[in-house]
Design a protein around this ligand. Sequence first.
Ligand SMILES: Nc1nc2c(c(=O)[nH]1)N[C@H]1C(S)=C(S)[C@@H](COP(=O)(O)OP(=O)(O)OC[C@H]3O[C@@H](n4cnc5c(N)ncnc54)[C@H](O)[C@@H]3O)O[C@H]1N2
Ligand code: MOO
Length: 468
Amino acid sequence: MNGPGNGPREQGRPGADAADRALDDALALANGPGRSGSRPRPPGTDPLAVALAHEQEEERPREHGGAVSWPEARRIARRTGRRLDARALPLGEDLLGMALARSLVALTDLPSFDSSAMDGWAVAGSGPWRLKGQVLAGQRRSAEALLGGHAVRIATGAVLPPGTTAVLRSEYGAVRRRTDGEWLHVLAPHPEPRAGQEIRRRGQECRGGDELLPAGTVVTPAVLGLAAAAGYDELTVTLRPRVEILVLGDELLDHGPPRAGRVRDALGPMLPSWLRGLGADVTSVRRLADDAQVLHAAVTASTADLVVTTGGTAGGPVDHVHPVLAKSGARLLVDGVAVRPGHPMLLAELPAGGLLAGLPGNPLAAVSGVLTLVAPVLRALAGRPAPAPYAAPLTADVQGHPVDTRLVPVVFDDESAARPLHFTGPAMLRGLAAADGMAVIPPGGAKAGQETAVLDTGALAPAWGSGT
Ligand SMILES: Nc1nc2c(c(=O)[nH]1)N[C@H]1C(S)=C(S)[C@@H](COP(=O)(O)OP(=O)(O)OC[C@H]3O[C@@H](n4cnc5c(N)ncnc54)[C@H](O)[C@@H]3O)O[C@H]1N2
Ligand code: MOO
């Protein structure tokens, strides 16, 4: 479905920029401190600032051959995606991974009434107390006040009778039957409960109207729980970007071992769940023949917010992505990035308003395109905050490219240092599959001990929380 107002290009309403800025401010608050690998550093010495901060710089002239720098590509991608519409949807698992479009505001005080924190007795004044009945959780407040010297049996979470001064937990007291009724005593060596002891006061967690979570917070199981506890039946969230994946290549096999000059499609099985982890609704994954007409038809017919193609980005005889984009009147926003692997990646705006990310066919190069272009675009479309960046010292020197950024699969050791992995050629996935993240190696390389930015490859992240 790509109804009016639903596409990424159709959000350009008056005031939208101001609203986006307000959201960005809220998102900044939502971003917690960095990951375990990061430490406080004096301003100006943060390698993340060095590696990532020039994302904030104004647009600069394109580098050789039309390629933009890696930070600039990320910046363009982030600014290109316009936040999709918001919708109120029923509270449930379907919301996992979506971002709150509005802050979650407490509908009532929480807890909404004074209650017992323990199973035991609500008491008034000092003991021993004359015992008078019981109150269970879920029962309405009894109109009857507890008089001084009286107690009532009470369950955890039950409404406190008016006049209660404290709760005595069940293991600290005993009831003795006497001729004049039942009496509650404190068991030695426990002291009498202090005033207010074991009482959960109304409004302890929040007051009605308090902001519980800012707009932009990603819905996790805990967010669902909090929203339910606060009394919500639906949440207003930013729609998921609808993504169509087109896997190009006549040489690709969909089963069995590679054979006879053909290779297994590694991206068809890998990208959908990766992109879902970034908040996308992957509506279809199609394998297309290396045929310009077929690709043109697929691209022009697409109603997705983002089309992701794999392969066919370079200048080979059957690399049809560029000619098809030109023929369909697409506007290239990024045409090559100074990053290894993945430099032929591209980002385009289609005439109908959707976006297209062209990922190179080499599988690790395609992942580089996900981290560089697709993740920031999806985050922007889905109204999700940028994950807290983190850095780690390298355990070994990493050779750099003279002018391009390198993304190198790394694994964290016991000290949270990043160990560069082997088998990281553009066509290889062996390093990536063992990795915790991809280290961002600046042009010229990095030395052992040098802190480098690390992008989360989401290997262990739940579907609703993956970073990058
Ligand atoms: N003359 C030049 N040739 C190439 C350049 C260049 O700048 N000039 N760049 C090289 C780089 S870098 C890359 S990366 C690739 C990008 O190529 P394409 O995006 O056109 O991708 P293909 O040619 O279709 O495939 C490249 C390679 O990857 C394999 N492949 C493709 N799809 C998959 C898949 N789904 N699963 C597994 N493997 C896949 C394909 O068989 C090729 O081996 O271009 C270089 N050439
Ligand atoms: O994108 Mo290529 O080598 O940079 O894989």
